[in-house]
Design a protein around this ligand. Sequence first.
Ligand code: NAD
Length: 293
Amino acid sequence: MKIAFIGLGHMGGPMARNLLKAGHSLIVFDVVQRNVDALTTVGAAAAASAKLAAVQAELVISMLPSSPHVRSVYLGEEGVLAGVAGGIPLIDSSTIDPHTARDVAAAAGDRGNPMADAPVSGGTGGAESASLTFMVGAEPALFARIRPILAHMGKNIVHCGDSGTGQVAKICNNLLLGISMIGAAEAMNLGASLGIDPKVLAGIINTSSGRCWSTDTYNPYPGVMDNVPAARGYTGGFGTDLMLKDLGLAADAARQAKQPAPMGAMAQQLYQLWSSRGAGGQDFSSIINLLKN
Ligand code: NAD
């Protein structure tokens, strides 16, 4: 299939490469030439705009930083909707607010293009090994149509409901993750400062009711686990600034829904403080260092 792929960064680059490996032909566009070159050297064709990539495509996929980028790439003068043929399906895998996802999908629908929001979890490692989880908001017929393509880039392809619900799933999960990491950090710091071996404490928590992903898979306390960011100075992993972005999306969505989210707001402020101290590029579990006495 001829696929237009727009946004070839940390996630989009390896995702596009996996589509090439699966035998699809790709027309790519990114505002950063270096990212385009990395794909053309492995067999993709380049287009000069999102519009020109979409003109030739049987399917369009985008992986962009945030909501304003998605709006301009789809709705702008040189955007996808200005070029794509009627009936061609569109997939946006960026993490953005559900409101924008629904707006852009409605504009696409008005032009006869069914559109899915399909944000991912699994990070750059998952993008490289084609083991991402896709959370898909789409009409059932569109989901059935795009599922085989997403399966070239991910292992779990989950239909969450209609337009926007993929983004809802993604931001609710990351809201809870952001909060639970701070809880794990607080408990681990307290235990260590009161004299228990952090490894023993983690073992107890992980067989007791405090257990969660942040304690048993991604423990923030150094020396408790191997192969986690805490074991390598909080390098790699999921950046504090990316967590901050997702908590901002959750806060905006909560405001629009008039839904109280006080723990998310507190978590957002703590990551903001940590980022303002220069830790935006460190893995988000480094928040444990903000809470040290
Ligand atoms: P990134 O910044 O590395 O990549 C975004 C790409 O979009 C860049 O190459 C940029 O040049 C390009 N771009 C920006 N504006 C453009 C435009 N107008 N037209 C064409 N290209 C444009 O970001 P990323 O880490 O690849 O993340 C992409 C999305 O995936 C974000 O929404 C992020 O929140 C989400 N996400 C990231 C991770 C992760 O671990 N990095 C994990 C899950 C989800």
